[in-house]
Ligand binder design. Structure first.
Ligand code: ADP
Ligand code: MG
Length: 626
């Protein structure tokens, strides 16, 4: 029997394809099952138009069986089969076009240049098999043929007997090598799990014999072997079902079966789009933050199916980073696949789907916020931080999408409020949206800077997460209202009269303040009479874009560039401490210096900053005590 050469120009091509296209060997089964399913589709469509054929659902199936002893794995289908010519053309030619214009190997490795030129799924069988045998009888033909190949060397093609129409593919599974095991592809449980993973939603039953032991009927102590045929796949994908047929439990079950998370889904989104691009998707907003969510290890992405077959388990292009918490899957008939199905040839369709999904997630979150506030707050506790990162990242280009999803706790009721709610209940004369940054609500409430704003009856947003202030800086304003830190130099609260009187006081104590400033040297930009302090003697405020909270965060970063906020030491001129300083200024300059340093350090402590020299600080306190 003469061996025939593969038609492709290079034999090495096959080797390279086998070894470089697929990252996981287990996908060979997905490819063979997909081919079997395609072949059944063909007979199914023929039956639709040909009255002499009847399509009886029961007689169409795919069967997978393993023979461990002989290391054989068999995939049988009752599809349309292949004629001799088809076996030659479909399996004997790597490139169906027959014209391959590879320039060099690296291009092949890359896969990009040959993407889409031909289907090579079948050859994935050689990743796990030394010998592949295809016995097939085509619909309407009397003679069956056997195609056999050991890989790149070529193949044989001979007539054989086969009674029924369809195809039987037998793989002689490779022996284990030093760094690869192949035994697993003969194990029942492993095969089942591969089928479940990739081919669960193939329309036709994928059957396997299940073997085991069970008690004998008339004698329960005695165990007997049994073999039972099982259908492994669930066949009807939940996403193809009508939404009205499905309950919350169905979705939750799907979420758990798919191992999207160990928690319960907080909300599901079932999308069926039948427009320029057709797709179905089931998306979930998880209830709890995955343990690795805010770490580098976390990988975002949705499962991507093409016509019911899983082609990618984490397609990251489908989700923007700010919605990276969303889990689920997308199935589309309209995706063009490349040779390995692991990469998509054209991402235009994918981009369209991603855009569409993005919109749906946003509107789902908005309606959750509107109609199921409690749930939204639960969601926000878990993933709000990610939304704020989203506002901040990419130079704020997503802020319009996200600003209405943001929430902060506020001084009004210590509850989460949206920016819209804040702005809506602002008194008419209030110019800014006020916020205060700090480690906790408790600490913020004790900040001297909050006093005057709170006294005005203005609501203050609590910024307790590092990202908060950075995100808001990116937002700049909301509904034309600018954000203002309660620590900023100009609060926009004082009347012109107040302003005049503080200016006068500053003028009056000019010399004293100049002196205090010289004591503190470059630690502060200025020393001034405070417009905001009521009961506290002193505080720090800032000028410019950088606040003290931001300085803290930046200085904690690994590439700390020692960026400092421009600090102003504000003194409460109605406080007794100020009178003492004034007195001292005439009599004892050294005392003024001591007080100034103490006040400055106190202000640092209040802000949650470290005093620069704790020993000196403590010595200074002792000095006034004795
Ligand atoms: P693709 O499925 O992308 O066309 P494959 O390499 O997987 O590429 O398969 C090549 C071709 O071989 C198929 O298009 C089909 O015509 C034929 N084929 C493979 N497996 C079968 C099968 N089980 N029954 C009938 N035809 C098959
Ligand atoms: Mg295929």
């Amino acid at each position: 029997m003469a061996k025939m050469e593969f038609k492709a120009e290079s034999k090495r091509l096959l080797e390279m394809m086998i070894n470089s296209i697929y990252t996981q060997k287990e996908v060979f089964l997905r490819e063979l099952i997909s081919n079997a399913s395609d072949a059944i589709d063909k007979i199914y469509y023929k039956a639709l138009t040909d009255d002499t054929l009847s399509f009886e659902k029961d007689s169409y199936y795919i069967k997978v069986s393993a023979d461990k002893e002989n290391r054989l794995l068999k995939i049988t289908d009752t599809g349309i089969g292949m004629t001799k010519e088809e076996l030659e053309n479909n399996l004997g030619t790597i490139a169906k076009s027959g014209s391959l214009a590879f320039k060099n190997e690296t291009e092949i490795k890359d896969g990009h240049d040959i993407i889409g030129q031909f289907g090579v799924g079948f050859y994935a069988a050689f990743m796990v098999a030394d010998v592949v045998t295809v016995t097939s009888k085509a619909l309407g033909s009397d003679q069956a043929y056997k195609w056999e190949s050991e890989g790149a060397e070529g193949y044989t093609l001979v007539p054989v007997d086969k009674e029924t129409v369809g195809t039987e593919i037998t793989l002689k599974i490779k022996e284990n090598s030093e760094d690869e095991t192949y035994d697993e592809y003969l194990e029942e449980y492993r095969l089942k799990s591969i089928i479940k993973k990739y081919s669960d939603f193939i329309r036709y039953p994928i059957k396997m014999d299940s073997t085991g032991k069970r008690p004998k009927e008339d004698n329960e102590d005695e165990l007997i072997d049994y073999t039972e045929e099982q259908t492994i796949n669930s066949m009807v994908p939940i996403w193809k079902k009508n939404k009205s047929e499905l309950t919350d439990e169905d979705y939750a079950k799907f979420y758990n079966e798919k191992h999207y998370g160990f928690d319960q889904p907080l909300k599901h989104i079932h999308i069926s789009v039948d427009g320029t691009i057709r797709y179905n998707a089931i998306l979930f907003i998880p209830e709890k933050t995955p343990f690795d969510y805010y770490s580098k290890e976390f990988e975002k992405g949705l499962e991507l199916y093409s016509n019911g077959v899983l082609i990618m388990s984490k397609c990251s292009d489908l989700l923007p980073d700010y919605f990276s918490f969303v889990k689920g899957m997308v199935d589309s008939e309209d995706l063009s696949l490349n040779i390995s199905r692991e990469m998509l040839q054209h991402d235009r369709q994918l981009k369209l789907i991603a855009k569409n999904i993005n919109k749906k997630i946003k509107s789902q979150l908005q309606s959750l916020l509107k109609d199921e506030r409690e749930k939204y707050e639960e969601f926000y506790e878990s993933f709000g931080r990610q939304l704020k990162f989203g506002v901040y990242s990419e130079y704020g280009s997503h802020k319009d999408v996200l600003q209405d999803l943001l929430m902060f706790k506020s001084s009004k009721e210590k509850k989460l409020v949206t920016l819209e709610e804040y702005v809506e209940r602002m008194p008419e004369e209030q110019k800014y949206i006020y916020y205060a940054s700090g480690e906790s609500i408790d600490r913020i409430d004790k900040l001297p800077q909050t006093e005057v704003v709170a006294d005005k009856g203005y609501e203050i947003l609590y910024f307790t997460e590092e990202i908060d202030e950075f995100a808001i800086k990116m937002l700049m304003s909301y509904k034309d209202k600018e954000f203002k830190s309660v620590s900023s130099g100009d609060l926009g609260i004082e009347s012109d009269e107040d302003q005049k009187s503080t200016d006068l006081k500053d003028e009056e104590h000019k010399e004293l303040f100049e002196y205090m400033k010289s004591v503190l040297a470059d630690k502060v930009k200025d020393v001034r009479v405070s417009k905001r302090l009521k009961s506290h003697p002193v505080c720090l405020s800032t000028e410019g874009d950088l606040t003290i909270e931001m300085e803290k965060i930046l200085s904690a970063m690994p590439d700390n560039q020692n960026i400092k906020a421009e600090k102003i030491l504000e003194i409460n001129s109605s406080h007794e401490v100020f009178s003492s300083i004034k007195d001292a200024f005439d009599k004892d300059k050294e005392k003024v210096a001591l007080y100034t340093n103490l006040l400055y350090n106190q202000a640092l402590l209040i802000e949650g900053l470290a005093v620069q020299d704790p020993v000196e600080f403590s010595n200074s306190i002792c000095k006034i005590m004795v």
